[in-house]
Design a protein around this ligand. Sequence first.
Ligand code: KIV
Length: 278
Amino acid sequence: MEKNKLTVLDIIKMKAQGRKISLLTAYDYPMACLLDEAGIDIVLVGDSLGNVILGQDSTISVTMDEMIHHTKAVKNGIKKALLVADMPFMSYNVSIEQTIINAGKFLKQAGADAVKMEGANPAVLKMVKAVVDAGIPVMGHIGLTPQTAGALGGFKVQGKDAKAAKQILENALALEKAGCFSIVFECIPDALSALITKRISVPTLGIGAGPYCDGQVLVIHDMLGLTQGFTPKFVKKYADLAGIIKKAIGEFIQEVNSKQFPDKQHSFTIKPEELNDL
Ligand code: KIV
């Protein structure tokens, strides 16, 4: 293990020390290198892979093989950050045995430090506990859970009335009890995440959950301005990489068409006598 490599204990300690935790997604080696070099605390290989990399309209069809493949690539770029991998839909729902085997693959085959599982109903809680008991750190994920968004009425803010908010609080307490080392809150009111963040001992990581969580998460393609089309309200674009990339591609096309590229500087030479011999 690298000397400065972060562990789940370091992440838990950050909450106690009042230090904010930063988390961004990655799906490949070059982005993982950049995130790690920039000093991110946690890199998540999210099953948002389905949307942002594979061009699918949901995360439902993402497979274990795809997640393992991308997690391996990300692992190769990480020296310091904690590496968490999302368990895809139906990889932790069939049986305890299958769930532990799948979670174990992320650590043994792909080099992840922990896995993330969505939801907190009794069936999921049983799986979370079994995986934790098997020695695999688990990050929980509640509020809007994209794998089951259909059952939640679509991609909507969750916990807007007292009954729904109480359920989210109970879910957080149950995940803490089941042994999660941290919990993602997705799309819930800021005052609710503030209340829960005070009530539980493990770090809360918000995405569309306001400023009071212990840390913040975003999908890397959203915050870099690489995602085209609809942008959720909670996304802040820190760059317009799509614009930069399109401009560069446009210049390349123009220079190829006008025979400006490649010039001498980007070409190789051969001695005239060698050419004559040929
Ligand atoms: O899949 C993902 O990228 C996620 C984050 C949005 C938390 O679950």
